[in-house]
Ligand binder design. Structure first.
Ligand code: PHE
Length: 341
C-alpha cells in the first residue's frame, strides 16, 4: 500500500503540474480525489489493515491527499494568471496608433445650389419658408386664380389623393404665396423652396418630382422694375458678374403681367450651341406681378399693396451652376457622381 500511495503521489503531481487548462486540472482532481478516484480507492482499503499498521498508513494517505490538493490549487492559480496575461496581451490598446479618419459625406450639389440661393436672398432681407407637399387644390389652384377647368388641374397633369380632386401633391411652390399672404404681416419678403410633383415622364430634363424655389415680395409701390432688378442681382451673384438675362412675356394665372426670364447660355455665351439648343439663352424661371384678384382673395387691398413673385426650378439652377448635363444624375445618387462636388 505504501508503494501504491507513492506511485499515485508521483504520477498525480507530475500530471497536475503539466495540466494546460482548468478543465484538464479538474479532470485530474476527479481522477485521483473523486468518489471513484484512485486515492479514494486506496483509502477505502484502510479497513483491511491491522490496527498497528493503520495510523502510519492513515497519516501517509492524508499527506498524499494534502499534497494533491495543494498541487491542484497552485496549478489552478498559475493557469488563471496565465489566462489573464494572455487576455491582457490580446486586448492591449496601443493609444499611440493614429486614428482612422471617418469618411465624411457632403451636401448634394442641388442643396449646394439651394444654399447659395438662400444666402443671396437672406442677404436681401428675405425669410425662408417651408410648406406642405400634400396640398389642397384650393391653395394650389383656386386661390391662385386657376379655377375649375384650368388645364393644369387635369388628372393627366396632377397627382390627386381623392376622386373629388381636393387633395393633391402640390404641382408648384406657389401655394406658399397664399399661405404667406394669409398668415404673415405686411410687407412680405419670402422664399419657399421645396419638392413639387407633376405627371411627367423621366428624361434628361424632366422628372415627376422636382424642386422649385418660390419667391414673393409684397409692399407699397412695388413695381416690375424691382422684380427685374432683384432677379438680375441674384443671377449675377449666382453665375458671375456681367451674366445677361432677358425677360419674355408669358402667362401665369396668378401674375399679371407675367414673364419668363432666360439667362445667357454659360456654354456658348449667347451664340447658340447644343446646351441651349441653338438659342443662346436658357429659361430659368417664371415670374410676374401678383394678380390683384390673388391679393384680394387673400385679404390684401390691391389699391394699397402690390407685389411680385417668381418660381425657379432648382434642379436646372444646379445643373447650370455645376455644368451637369443630365437631370437624372441629380436623383440617382451615384457616389461616383456626387463625390465630384
Ligand atoms: N409656379 C410657376 C410654375 O410652376 C412659376 C411662377 C411662380 C410664375 C411665381 C410666376 C410667379 O411654372
Amino acid at each position: 500500500m505504501k508503494e501504491q500511495l507513492a506511485k499515485i503521489r508521483a504520477e498525480a503531481l507530475s500530471a497536475m503540474e503539466n495540466a494546460q487548462s482548468a478543465a484538464e486540472l479538474d479532470g485530474l482532481r476527479v481522477q485521483y480525489l473523486g468518489k471513484k478516484g484512485e486515492l479514494t480507492a486506496v483509502l477505502k482499503m484502510m479497513g483491511k489493515l491491522s490496527p498497528e499498521e493503520r495510523p502510519a498508513m492513515g497519516q501517509l494517505a492524508n499527506e498524499v491527499r494534502a499534497a494533491l490538493e495543494s498541487a491542484i490549487e497552485e496549478q489552478g492559480k498559475r493557469l488563471e494568471a496565465k489566462a489573464l496575461e494572455e487576455r491582457l496581451a490580446a486586448e492591449a490598446v496601443d493609444v499611440t496608433i493614429p486614428g482612422k479618419a471617418p469618411k465624411l459625406g457632403h451636401k448634394h450639389p442641388m442643396y449646394l445650389a439651394l444654399d447659395e440661393l438662400k444666402d443671396i436672398f437672406i442677404g436681401m432681407g428675405f425669410t425662408v419658408l417651408d410648406g406642405p407637399e400634400v396640398e389642397l387644390a384650393e391653395y394650389n389652384f383656386d386661390k391662385l386664380n386657376a379655377g375649375e377647368g384650368h388645364p393644369s388641374r387635369d388628372w393627366s397633369d396632377t397627382f390627386y389623393f381623392d376622386k373629388d380632386s381636393r387633395v393633391m401633391l402640390r404641382s408648384q411652390t406657389s401655394p406658399m404665396q397664399v399661405r404667406a399672404m394669409e398668415t404673415m404681416e405686411l410687407p412680405i419678403r419670402i422664399i419657399a423652396p421645396g419638392r413639387v410633383y407633376r405627371k411627367d415622364e423621366v428624361d434628361a430634363t424632366h422628372s415627376p418630382m422636382f424642386h422649385q424655389v418660390e419667391g414673393m415680395v409684397i409692399d407699397k409701390n412695388v413695381t416690375m422694375a424691382d422684380l427685374k432688378g432683384t432677379l438680375n442681382t441674384v443671377v449675377e451673384q449666382l453665375y458671375g458678374k456681367g451674366t445677361k438675362t432677358r425677360f419674355r412675356p408669358h402667362h401665369f394665372p396668378f401674375t399679371e403681367p407675367s414673364c419668363e426670364m432666360d439667362v445667357q447660355c454659360h456654354k456658348c455665351g449667347g451664340v447658340g450651341c447644343p446646351t441651349c439648343k441653338g438659342e443662346g439663352w436658357i429659361e430659368m424661371l417664371g415670374a410676374g406681378m401678383i394678380h390683384p384678384k390673388v391679393l384680394k382673395m387673400s385679404g390684401i387691398d390691391p389699391e394699397v399693396w402690390s407685389g411680385w413673385a417668381f418660381g425657379i426650378g432648382l434642379e436646372r439652377t444646379a445643373m447650370r451652376r455645376f455644368k451637369i448635363a443630365d437631370l437624372r444624375l441629380i436623383f440617382e445618387n451615384d457616389v461616383r457622381f456626387l463625390e465630384q462636388f
